[in-house]
Design a protein around this ligand. Structure first.
Ligand SMILES: [Zn+2]
Length: 300
């Protein structure tokens, strides 16, 4: 049973909204690609976990803190005897395991995910013990990309390669009893300890005035042109309703400028005046709560 769902990383949403309206610099582009790829890997892993029996509790994407140390866990599975922690690494291509590191053929090293998952396991164990839960916590690192290969892979029980997944999954569901989960309070505790968003030093810096105002395809982010009552994308040939386009524009504005009030004139400007104020007002009234009067009317 899913106790906590996964949300797209906030920074990924910021960068995706931003790239419609400005050219990302190299650092932003690299970061966006990394986040999109990681997110994709996590969704694939969610699919792999879909058949988990209902009495096993799943918590996705937890941001936790224990005694000042922050840690993030991609997925936690709570069964009757044990808490499992999964770190998802969606690496693609050939890597070599050398000097305790993952290395690309170019010799460039990346952090060994074993260290990250060990740290998370230690902190999670301590956090649970502080709340009088003395249960084993097992850490796993899963590599779900079909084109990932690790040469000289160490025999670490924590690492689960795609070809080993089926056995791991079978073992996971066989070892657990189907009686109501006595560890349910652990799920409640972890949900209550989760904190939505850690501030990130990677956050891009941008200003409203620098960003392009226009209407964009909800599918491929190209600028789209107006046709009778709809918008047409010449790039991917998707036809969008005005409502779809407006909702996307509002979402972008909220992600990029969460403190700004959503008003008809602001959205009109944000869409380069390509949608009439009357239309905008109608869509905003239909989809959002209204507050204020006269010129102070805004939506949330
Ligand atoms: Zn398109």
């Amino acid at each position: 049973m899913i106790m906590k769902e996964r949300q797209p990383p906030f920074l990924m949403k910021v960068l995706q909204a931003l790239e419609r309206r400005k050219i990302l610099n190299e650092k932003e582009e690299t970061l966006k690609r990394r986040l999109v790829k990681g997110w994709h890997g996590e969704l694939i892993f969610d699919q792999m976990m879909k058949e988990l029996p209902d009495h096993m509790l799943i918590l996705k994407d937890l941001n936790l803190k224990h005694k000042g140390s922050k840690f993030q866990i991609d997925t936690v599975v709570i069964e009757s005897q044990c808490v499992h922690l999964y770190e998802v690494k969606y690496h693609e291509g050939n890597y070599f395991y050398k000097d305790n590191e993952f290395q690309l053929s170019s010799g460039k090293g990346i952090l060994n995910p074993f260290h990250q998952s060990s740290r998370a396991r230690t902190l999670l164990t301590q956090l649970l013990e502080d709340h009088d839960f003395f249960v084993p916590v097992k850490a796993h690192v899963i590599f779900p990309h079909p084109h990932f290969y690790l040469y000289q892979a160490p025999k670490l029980k924590e690492f689960i390669f795609l070809s080993q997944w089926k056995d791991h999954f079978t073992e996971l569901i066989q070892n657990t009893s189907s009686i109501p989960n006595r560890l349910q309070p652990i799920a409640d505790l972890l949900c209550s300890k989760h904190r939505e968003q850690f501030s990130s030093e990677d956050s891009p810096v941008f200003h409203y005035d620098q960003l392009k105002k226009d209407v964009f395809c909800p599918h491929c982010s190209s600028v789209i042109r107006s046709e009778t009552r709809t918008f047409m994308c010449d790039n991917c040939e998707l036809r969008s309703t005005t409502e779809m386009v407006l909702l996307q524009a509002v979402e972008d504005l909220r992600v990029l400028f969460p403190k700004r009030r959503i008003t008809t004139p602001l959205i009109h400007e944000w869409c380069k005046g390509k949608i009439s104020k009357k239309r905008i007002q109608r869509v905003l009234s239909k989809n959002f709560e209204k507050a204020g009067i006269g010129r102070g009317i805004h939506y949330f």
